[in-house]
Ligand binder design. Sequence first.
Ligand SMILES: Nc1ncnc2c1ncn2[C@@H]1O[C@H](COP(=O)(O)OP(=O)(O)OP(=O)(O)O)[C@@H](O)[C@H]1O
Ligand SMILES: [Mg+2]
Length: 472
Amino acid sequence: MLNSFFKENIEDILDHIQDGIHIVDSSGKIIYYNRLAAELDNINPEEAIGRHILEIYPSLTEETSTILKVMKSGKPILNYQQSFKNYKGVKITTVNSTIPVIVGKKVIGALEVSRDITEVKKLSEKVVDLQAELLKEGKNEKKYDGHKAFYNFGDLIGASEQMLKLKKDAMTVSNSPSPVMVYGETGTGKELLVHAIHNASPRRDKPFIAQNCAALPESLLESILFGTVKGSFTGAETRPGLFEIADGGTLFLDEINSMSMQLQAKLLRVIQDGNVRRVGDTRTVHVDVRIMTAINVDPRLALQEKTLRDDLFFRLSVISLKMPALRERREDIPVLVRHFIKKYNKRMGKNVAKVEESVQAFFMAYAWPGNVRELEHAVEGAMNMAEGRQIDSGCLPYYLMDAFNRLDQKEEDQEIKSLKNNIRQLERNLIEKAMQKSGGNITRAAQLLEVPRQTLQYKIGKYRIKTIDAEF
Ligand SMILES: Nc1ncnc2c1ncn2[C@@H]1O[C@H](COP(=O)(O)OP(=O)(O)OP(=O)(O)O)[C@@H](O)[C@H]1O
Ligand SMILES: [Mg+2]
């Protein structure tokens, strides 16, 4: 039944997808157009269906239409970035994947899925332009004042042995130009550490540029990193990439394992010789950039799962640092809590002094899957609720309250268990005493304990209390 529902309603389903979908038959005629594709192209689907693809997109040719190319070659073209003007003259940028539809050995059509990245592209380029602009201004002055790393080693709070060693190691390598890779779970403070290293390095007055590799589609990330030159086909403008902007300073690539393997290969080439080629350019520019990367899965796992190229990994992890999870350094919890209370007292104009004992015990026992970030938000949230000078369990956000109650329950269960143990121990002691007093006489001991003889006999067996042979 679901099957037939699916078949009957497939067009409705496809109309709700956030990607544009075109299907073309072997003669190049459009046979299907979903709602989003119609919106992207600003074409009424009724007008487009049945017409040849080059009629609908007059700016395309046999050579430049990915759909026609794929039908000719029978091979898919994946994640291809394209900029074009739609019927209304609006410039649109999409990332497309075009797949031939093959039955037997014959290509009977092609299907193209397009994702609109116009807004993302505009925003990312605006950021790059602003960065370039600031860099220009900064160059006219003595000291670069554009992109700064905000944090220093002093901001990295922690008194545990692990954190002290990490800070010491990180300070030592600050002077080096070698790449740094920081591994740690989410919220452990990787970004803080990278900032601190840059600020302690001889590059501190030069740009610090950060880019998250998971935030952008591959083709856009490539042009943002390496820059572009004006090209009629790709629709790109001439702009420097982050490598050029970061020249002399540090480029921080966050979530490096989210970068596609192809782009990782290109990145490796640039890092190896320091020469950057803008997308669509024939010339290269030499840059001096220290690369720092962060990864929130174990790099060994990323290598195994092939989300990280091993050649790139070895190049990037010349200096490799691990941020321990908060649950592996619980001594840091009270120190961090104090730090955050101070921070938010100042911000909120409050006068909170401490955390109630049971909440403190909960903080020490909780697993903190979101690490320091989660702890900071918990303290901030609780301080919003706190009325007096103390944070008690009622101030906790509801999801932590549940965990708090579960922990409370567990402790109570343990107490009950130990109460049973204590009673058993007491009972055993009393029986032993009574048996000694009665000289091993069970009947007499039962009288002393005011229990039936049979019960005592049973308990003696249960506790394996030694009896004196004499009575038997
Ligand atoms: N040692 C620390 N001392 C003080 N604050 C910290 C510390 N570690 C983390 N924080 C706080 O937690 C927040 C998260 O840290 P950060 O952004 O560096 O984590 P991350 O490891 O980069 O996480 P993600 O993998 O999610 O990007 C920071 O904004 C900071 O406020
Ligand atoms: Mg981060």
